[in-house]
Ligand binder design. Structure first.
Ligand code: PMM
Length: 275
């Protein structure tokens, strides 16, 4: 899943694709680089980001979704917490709704998704506000708690009428998690995959925990900046796919697509060698 952020303030690519034409061109480049899905977002959910007004969010995402849905040749997902924006994006051609609040921000979301029969990505976030989610997040057992919470959201979506094959669950890397929580979610990913009740999507791309881990290795105190996190991202992509992730959400598509292709080939050769 290639990321198309139409925002002025996303942490790694804010402001680069605010113009609809630039965002569409970027989406088409990501497909040429191997993306099977595109995720279009108009609201940054990084900690401390200012919430965007619904009309501004609509104005950012709809023209981009409309053009990519006809031109890209792959399903387009809309990254939004608002049911009305999701409904308009579906009308404009979106085939998936990616909701970082897992349907908790807007009580109408699951109904809109169910009625349209589109895909639904449910993301775990600690608390219900991206502005405060990183304020001292705590878990007794992060994998148990994230798994249980995703299970509740998957059940709620099913009750609202969303089909099993339309659902995807996402542990929400960086959404109310410390570095250690993110690393534990990745190291114990097979447990989450086994209990999620839906295919699992993992979004590690350029996230702060990668910048922190890589900075620590050199003794630096500040995290490595987002533009220097793509190699680290690639390691997490390979790790996640190898441990059962069905979808990985990335900014830099080509290396991830190449890595996944090689990984898949090696797994199939390995399976034949063992048989
Ligand atoms: N991360 C961000 C935004 N949307 N959606 C899903 N499903 N999973 C994620 O991990 C996720 C997301 C924040 O990253 P960005 O600002 O680079 O898009």
């Amino acid at each position: 899943m290639g990321i198309v952020n139409v925002t002025p303030d996303s942490f790694s690519d804010g402001g680069r694709f605010l113009d609809a034409g630039a965002a569409v061109a970027h989406g088409l480049e990501l497909v040429a680089a191997g993306a099977d899905l595109l995720d279009v977002g108009g609201e940054s959910t990084r900690p401390g980001a200012t919430p965007v007004a619904p009309d501004d969010e609509r104005a950012r995402v709809l023209p981009v979704v409309r053009r990519l849905a006809t031109e890209a040749g792959v399903p387009v997902s809309v990254d939004t917490r608002r049911a009305s924006v999701a409904a308009d994006a579906i009308e404009a051609g979106a085939a998936i709704v990616n909701d970082v609040s897992a349907g908790r921000f807007d009580a109408d979301m699951a109904r809109v998704v169910a009625e349209a029969g589109v895909g639904f990505v449910l993301v775990h976030m600690l608390g219900d506000d991206p502005r405060t989610m990183q304020d001292d997040p705590r878990y007794d057992d992060v994998v148990d708690e994230v798994g249980a919470s995703l299970g509740v959201r998957v059940d709620a979506a099913r009750e609202a009428g969303v089909h099993d094959d339309a659902l995807c669950a996402d542990p929400g890397i960086g959404f109310g998690k410390r570095v250690s929580h993110n690393l534990e979610l990745l190291t114990r990913l097979p447990e989450l995959v086994a209990r999620a009740g839906a295919p699992v999507l993992v979004g590690t791309s350029r996230k702060t925990f990668i910048g922190r881990v890589l900075a620590e290795a050199t003794g630096a105190t500040a995290p490595l900046p987002p533009e220097q996190r793509d190699d680290g991202t690639l390691a997490t992509v390979v790790w996640a796919v190898d441990r059962g992730a069905a979808v990985v959400r990335v900014h830099e598509v080509e290396p991830a697509a190449h890595a996944v292709r090689l990984l898949t080939l090696m797994h199939s050769l390995d399976a034949r060698a063992v048989a």
